[in-house]
Design a protein around this ligand. Structure first.
Ligand code: C2E
Ligand code: MG
Ligand code: MG
Ligand code: MG
Length: 274
C-alpha cells in the first residue's frame, strides 16, 4: 500500500513537473512570437525633484498579449533572461527610449530617460557597438540616456564589466544603480566606476518613517552618496509622509505612485505637453 501510494506520488510529481516544463515552453514560444511581432509597449514613469517637477522618466516594458492583455515585466523578464530573448527585447526598449529622447530634444525638453539593462544584455559581446548604433540611428543626445543596472551585475565578471561600463560612459551616457541596497556592492567600490546615480530600493522606502532600521539605512546612503557625489533617486515613494521624510533627509529625486504611475508613452507625452 505504502509502495503504491509512493508510486502515485512519483507519478503525480512527474505530471506536475511535465506540466511546469510545458507551461514554461509555451511561455517561451509565445514570447518568441511577441519578439518577432514587436508586441511590446513602452510605459514611462516620471521622476520628480523636491518641488514635484518632472526631471526624468524610467522606461518600463509591457508585453501586449493577444488574449491576456498587458503583461507586467515580472511575469516574463525571468523567462526572457533565461532564454536570451531579453537581448532583442532590451534592444527594442533601448531603441524606443532613444527615439523618445530625440523627440524630447527636438521639442527643447531636457528630461533624462532611464532604461533597465539586464545582466544577459549587459554581457553581450557586441553591446557597445549596438548601443552606439541605436543612438546614432535615433539621433538622440546620449547625455539624456541613463542605463540602470543592478549591483550584482558588477559583482560577477568584474574587470570585463568595468571595461564595458567605461566604454559606454565614453559615449556620453550615464549609469544608475537600480535597487540599490539589495545587493553586495559598496559605495567605495561604485565610486571607482562611471556611476552617476543610485536608486534606493523601494523595500527601504516602504516602511519610512516608522521602521528605524530603514531610517538609519536611508539616512546613511543619502549622507555617503552626497559626500561621494552620487545623485540619489528614492524608488517606490507612495505617500506624502515618505516624500516629506526623504526630502528632510536631503533626497532630491523621487519616483513612485505618490507622484506618477507608469503610463503608456502617448499618455505620458500628452501630460508633459505644456
Ligand atoms: P525596477 O527597474 O526597479 O522598476 C520599478 C518598478 O517599481 C516598476 O515595476 C514600477 O512600476 C514599480 N513602482 C514604481 N513606483 C512604485 C510605487 O510607488 N510603489 C510600488 N509598489 N511599485 C512602484 P514594473 O514596471 O512592474 O517593473 C518591474 C521590474 O521589471 C523593474 O523593476 C525592472 O527590474 C524590470 N523591467 C521593467 N522593464 C524592463 C526592461 O525594459 N528591461 C529589463 N531588463 N527589465 C525591465
Ligand atoms: Mg529600474
Ligand atoms: Mg528598482
Ligand atoms: Mg526594484
Amino acid at each position: 500500500r505504502a509502495k503504491e501510494s509512493g508510486r502515485n506520488a512519483v507519478a503525480y510529481f512527474e505530471t506536475t513537473m511535465q506540466e511546469a516544463v510545458s507551461r514554461r515552453y509555451a511561455l517561451e514560444q509565445a514570447l518568441r512570437e511577441a519578439v518577432n511581432h514587436q508586441a511590446f509597449e513602452l510605459f514611462l514613469q516620471s521622476q520628480v525633484d523636491a518641488q514635484g517637477r518632472p526631471i526624468a522618466a524610467e522606461a518600463l516594458v509591457r508585453w501586449r498579449h493577444p488574449q491576456e492583455g498587458l503583461i507586467p515585466p515580472a511575469s516574463f523578464i525571468p523567462v526572457a533572461e533565461e532564454s536570451g530573448l531579453i537581448v532583442p527585447i532590451g534592444e527594442w526598449v533601448l531603441a524606443e527610449a532613444c527615439r523618445l529622447i530625440a523627440r524630447l530634444n527636438a521639442a527643447g525638453r531636457s528630461l533624462r530617460i532611464a532604461v533597465n539593462m539586464s545582466p544577459r544584455q549587459f554581457h553581450q559581446p557586441n553591446l557597445v557597438r549596438k548601443v552606439q548604433d541605436i543612438l546614432a540611428a535615433s539621433g538622440a543626445d546620449p547625455a539624456y540616456l541613463v542605463l540602470e543596472i543592478t549591483e550584482n551585475l558588477l559583482v560577477e565578471h568584474t574587470s570585463e564589466a568595468v571595461a564595458r561600463m567605461t566604454e559606454l560612459a565614453t559615449l556620453g551616457l550615464r549609469f544608475s544603480i537600480d535597487d540599490f541596497g539589495t545587493g553586495y556592492s559598496s559605495l567605495a567600490y561604485l565610486k571607482r566606476l562611471p556611476v552617476s546615480e543610485l536608486k534606493i530600493d523601494k523595500s527601504f522606502v516602504k516602511d519610512l518613517p516608522q521602521d528605524l532600521n530603514d531610517v538609519a539605512l536611508v539616512e546613511t546612503i543619502l549622507a555617503m552618496a552626497s559626500h561621494l557625489g552620487f545623485e540619489v533617486v528614492a524608488e517606490g515613494v507612495e505617500t506624502a509622509a515618505q516624500f516629506e521624510f526623504l526630502r528632510h533627509l536631503g533626497c532630491e529625486r523621487f519616483q513612485g505612485y505618490h507622484f506618477h504611475r507608469p503610463e503608456p508613452l502617448t499618455t505620458w507625452l500628452a501630460r508633459l505637453a505644456p
